[in-house]
Design a binder for this molecule. Structure first.
Ligand SMILES: Cc1cc2nc3c(=O)[nH]c(=O)nc-3n(C[C@H](O)[C@H](O)[C@H](O)COP(=O)(O)OP(=O)(O)OC[C@H]3O[C@@H](n4cnc5c(N)ncnc54)[C@H](O)[C@@H]3O)c2cc1C
Length: 405
């Protein structure tokens, strides 16, 4: 009798588990149940339709630093299956990949359809049965098998893999099974400024800013920032939203964002400005070029420091220098709301990792029950790291199911 394996959820984690298990173990009969009428929906829209499938950072010690939730647990996982394994996996299955300057990895085709095709074609070729419009409603263990309740249908399985990401229904199922959950919250969002003092600069970016949240100690992040019509976006903001997802929710998304626009050193800046007072007293502050910012941003920040277009270095005065330093290094923005980043978001929270055996992704206390992907309390900053968690979990779960007979 083949072992019946039921995989719940036709997303990245579910498909990766199914395909890897089908490749490793011909003795399993694998059925993938998907609630909606299409599979891999997030893969298709991911990375702006290009699917940022993974990243080049592969050293587990470095890789775990990209995971606000999960980093303490993920090192052994990434020792087994990390970003370089993912790249090998896809390339050896006919999907050439390319790496962008920032380390993000995409299919060479530049379309997520290639990843979709790879996973769905393999699933079909390897005999995985995919059942659409099958929403798991209840799950219980009886007569030495898992019983799965869909709309009007009850099926039994020897092994169940939960790969649904987070939603109310699955949380209820977990509650019935007494599997502890870390309360879910959004992560990866942009900040809305109110009032938005730099709205006129929407579209302007700066590449090496330091951002922090005034109300949260040691909250500094670095990276590019983008001024948008409603506030601020790009990695220096998304990283704050991910690392401080819970604290920001507690602040009801009302807080003060502090921006150092070019990772300036305050003391070096002060010395430089004092030197200009002596060396180039007649030059206008407004026309200074060594700020490392776009001209429009520099001029706006000079204005925010209450300096005039005609103010020259000899006129700036001690107070003017301090106001300018403040605008450049500790620009304060009142934030009152969050917005979705290019429709991309992940859930912070999910199954508490203390209840999962991460060498196998088996749920502790429940025989033959596995959980993978975003349903777990694992999430990352942008860069392909969220899919990486789904691939790693799927691979290790498949390996464990195949080894446990
Ligand atoms: C717009 C967008 C863009 C993104 N871009 C990227 C990117 O480029 N790179 C990256 O690394 N990450 C990206 N992410 C994050 C990434 O998509 C997720 O982390 C990843 O898809 C999680 O995979 P998963 O299989 O765990 O969950 P999902 O992809 O959410 O799949 C879960 C599946 O389970 C199904 N399901 C739910 N409940 C049930 C049920 N009760 N019964 C049966 N089926 C059920 C759902 O319909 C869904 O198909 C993006 C996210 C979004 C929203």
């Amino acid at each position: 009798m083949p072992r019946e394996v039921a995989i719940i959820g036709g997303g990245a984690a579910g498909f990766f588990t199914a395909v890897n298990l089908a490749e490793k173990d011909k003795s399993c009969h694998i059925t993938l149940y998907e609630a909606s009428n299409k599979v891999l929906a997030k893969v298709l829209v991911s990375g702006g339709g290009r699917c940022n499938v993974t990243n080049t950072i592969s050293d587990p010690t470095e890789l775990i630093k990209k995971y606000p939730r999960g980093h303490d647990y993920l090192k052994p996982v990434f020792q087994e299956f990390n970003t370089s394994h993912t790249q090998d996996w896809f390339t050896s299955r006919g999907v050439p990949l390319k790496t962008e300057d920032d380390g993000r990895v995409f299919p060479l085709s530049n379309t997520s359809q290639t990843i979709y095709n790879c996973l769905t074609n393999l699933a079909q070729k390897l005999g995985v049965t995919v059942k659409l419009s099958h929403r798991l409603k209840a799950l219980y263990y009886s007569e030495k098998k898992w019983q799965l309740v869909f709309n009007d249908e009850v099926v039994s399985a020897d092994v169940v893999v939960l790969a649904t990401s987070g939603n109310t229904q699955i949380y209820k199922i977990l509650e019935h099974l007494t599997i502890p959950l870390i309360p879910p919250l959004p992560s990866l969002f942009t900040f809305n400024a109110e009032p938005h003092h730099l709205e006129a600069l929407a579209g302007v970016s700066a590449s090496t800013v330091l951002t922090s949240i005034k109300e949260i100690k040691k909250s500094q992040e670095s990276g590019p920032i983008l001024v948008t019509h409603w506030g601020y976006s790009a990695p220096a903001i998304l990283k704050l939203s991910a690392w401080h997802a819970r604290e920001l929710a507690n602040l009801n998304y009302t807080f003060t964002l502090v921006i150092n626009w070019n990772s300036y050193d305050i003391n070096l800046l002060r010395v430089a400005f004092q030197n200009y007072q002596l060396a180039t007293p007649k030059d206008k502050v407004y026309s200074w070029r060594d700020h490392g910012l776009s001209k429009r941003l520099w001029q706006e920040l000079v204005a925010k420091a209450e300096l005039k277009e005609y103010t020259n270095w000899s006129e700036i005065g001690k107070k003017g220098i301090e106001r300018l330093i403040q605008a450049l290094t500790a620009f304060e923005v009142p934030i009152t709301k969050k917005s979705t980043f290019k429709e991309e978001f992940v859930t912070a929270g999910g199954i508490d990792l203390a209840n999962v055996e991460l060498s196998t992704f088996q749920v502790k206390q429940h025989q033959n029950l596995y959980a993978v992907g975003e349903l777990l309390n694992i999430d990352a900053i942008t860069g392909g790291f969220n899919f990486q968690a789904a691939w790693s979990g799927g691979f290790l779960a498949a390996q464990s199911i195949s080894n446990t007979k």
